[in-house]
Design a protein around this ligand. Structure first.
Ligand code: FEO
Length: 170
């Protein structure tokens, strides 16, 4: 059985992951409006990935005998100044999520909750990728300075992103 404190913190993290899904969905609507379907596709895939993260924590909590409390999800922003501003926010948001995951790890260690520590290792590695991917797109957009020709090129590239849920072994 998981401790009350660890349970509460994982519940908060489920909410943070579902908020992330909501945020990226809002960013998808922005890109649809801008006529950039490839960027929107990247956000739809990111939305699925965040829902997967939320559900991974959800299933883990259930497997440890912890009750899941679904908390209210905050309303995400609806508009941005440019595609670059969107991805700067993605990067900033992922850095915040990394800090939250690190905080969970600190609690798991304090409580000698080795099972949660083991579960969190997957998220620690995942956050390295999340930040790396967001940073790569920020850099690309900084180079283009939102030039329409370049944006169309990046749009076709991002149209290819697919999300495949990791298997139980990964
Ligand atoms: Fe679930 Fe993007 O971190």
């Amino acid at each position: 059985m998981i401790s009350q404190r660890m349970r509460d913190e994982i519940n908060q993290q489920i909410n943070a992951e579902l908020y992330s899904a909501y945020l990226y969905l809002s960013m998808a609507t922005y890109f649809e409006e801008q006529g950039l379907p490839g960027f929107a596709n990247w956000m739809y895939m990111q939305n699925e990935e965040e829902t997967f993260h939320g559900m991974k924590f959800f299933r883990y909590l259930v497997s440890r005998g912890g009750r899941v409390d679904l908390l209210a999800i905050e309303e995400p922003p609806r508009s941005w100044e440019s595609p670059l501003a969107v991805f700067e926010q993605v990067l900033q948001h992922e850095q915040k999520v990394t800090a939250l995951i690190n905080g969970l790890m600190t609690t798991a260690r304090e409580l000698s909750d080795y099972a949660t520590e083991n579960e969190l290792q997957w998220f620690i590695a995942e956050q390295v990728e999340e930040e790396e991917h967001a940073e790569a797109i920020v850099r690309k957009l900084q180079l283009l300075r939102d030039a329409p020709g370049g944006l169309v090129m990046v749009d076709s590239e991002l149209a290819n992103r697919v999300f495949t849920p990791p298997t139980a072994q990964e």
